[in-house]
Design a binder for this molecule. Sequence first.
Ligand code: G3P
Length: 220
Amino acid sequence: MKFFLDTANIAEIEEAASWGVLAGVTTNPSLYAREGGNLADFHDHIVRICEIADGPVSAETVTLTRDEIVAEGVELAALHENVVVKVPTMPEGLAATRMLAEKGIRVNMTLCFTVPQALLAARSGAAYVSPFIGRFDDISEDGIEHLGSVIAALSNYDFGHDVEVIAASVRHPQHVVASALLGADIATVPFGVLEKCVKHPLTDRGLEAFLADWEKVKNS
Ligand code: G3P
């Protein structure tokens, strides 16, 4: 499973990229707003992320009709070769995804919750399908169970193009574990979750002991 960062925060992306494990980035309008982003700087911000992240960078459309979504998508895709256009799973989004795919533009279908939505996203030509986990948990449904159903259903078919499943709305390392065991291609995680994934108290305790013993070696 590859790790994407789910953020629009430049410092977080730089830090994760410096670890050598960052395969891509996903953003959304809420994440950009959280950074205090304004409309005038949006395209520059996406380009900046593309220059740091060596992989696909999802930039989301914010219009509701197929023609508007396609126009937005074409503009976003022209910003940088790493841009993947993120389109919400809805009828106009499916139509737009088909049109963008026919232009050779990669689409990540987002706000995907169910198996039928994921199948339709894949049929529309989406290169990435993003089932949300945490938002199911928020309404007392099992997000991981839904993710498993999506992965199992998609694996039954050949869509004639590559479709990668991005486990999204990841809230903690246990979501990462479960996504990997289910065979998700990618987990897109907030920076805090990535940090928690690399940390373990036994690692800290072991390192502390190794360094203390090395001091004895040096002083012997
Ligand atoms: O980027 C989409 C998704 O990962 C959002 O997660 O935590 O807002 O449900 P969350």
